[in-house]
Design a protein around this ligand. Structure first.
Ligand SMILES: Nc1ncnc2c1ncn2[C@@H]1O[C@H](COP(=O)(O)OP(=O)(O)OP(=O)(O)O)[C@@H](O)[C@H]1O
Ligand SMILES: [Mg+2]
Length: 143
C-alpha cells in the first residue's frame, strides 16, 4: 500500500463571496512526484494556497503526515516543511541574490548562519546563484 503524505478530503474554499473549491479530494503519496493538472481557472492555485493556509478551507480535512493542518497558520504549515513556490518570481529585485537568500533562510541572520554544506549543495544545483551572488536579483533571467 502506498503511504499518503498529504490528503485533502471534501475541501471547500471560498474567496470572499465566491465559492471556489467544491469538495476537493487529493492524495499525495510520500516519495512520489504528484502533478495537479487542469484548465485555466480550474482551481489549482486555490488548492495549493488552501494547503498553505493562504486561503482558509471552510470545511473538509487537510492532513499532512497524519496530522490535521487545516486550522494551522501559514508559518506553522511552513514549519512542517511544506513549501509553496509562487508562479511569479516573488523576489526582491533590488536586493542581491545573497540578500534574498538570507531573507528566505529560516532563522539565519547572516550568511555564516546558513549551513555551509547546504549552501554548496544549492550552488551545485544552481551555479547561477553563486555566479550572481552579489548582483541585484532582478538581473537574473527568469529561468
Ligand atoms: N482573489 C480571487 N478573487 C475572486 N476569485 C478568484 C480569486 N482567485 C481566484 N479566483 C477564481 O477562482 C477560480 C480558480 O482560480 P485558480 O487561480 O485557483 O485557478 P488555476 O487552476 O490556478 O488557473 P490557472 O491555470 O489560470 O493558473 C477562478 O474562477 C478564479 O477566477
Ligand atoms: Mg494558477
Amino acid at each position: 500500500m502506498i503511504e499518503a503524505l498529504l490528503t485533502m478530503s471534501g475541501v471547500h474554499t471560498s474567496i470572499g463571496a465566491y465559492h471556489i473549491l467544491h469538495g476537493v479530494d487529493l492524495v499525495v503519496p510520500r516519495g512520489k512526484l504528484t502533478m495537479l493538472l487542469g484548465r485555466n481557472g480550474a482551481g489549482k492555485t486555490t488548492t495549493l494556497r488552501t494547503i498553505m493556509g493562504l486561503w482558509r478551507a471552510s470545511s473538509g480535512h487537510i492532513k499532512f503526515a497524519g496530522n490535521e493542518i487545516a486550522a494551522l497558520s501559514t508559518p506553522q504549515i511552513a514549519g512542517l516543511n511544506i513549501a509553496y513556490v509562487h508562479e511569479t518570481m516573488g523576489i526582491f529585485s533590488d536586493l542581491t541574490v545573497k540578500e534574498n537568500m538570507l531573507l528566505a533562510a529560516r532563522g539565519a541572520k547572516r550568511i555564516s548562519d546558513i549551513d555551509d554544506t547546504r549552501l554548496k549543495w544549492i550552488f551545485s544545483l544552481f551555479p547561477a546563484v553563486e555566479k550572481f551572488w552579489s548582483t541585484p536579483a532582478g538581473k537574473l533571467s527568469g529561468g
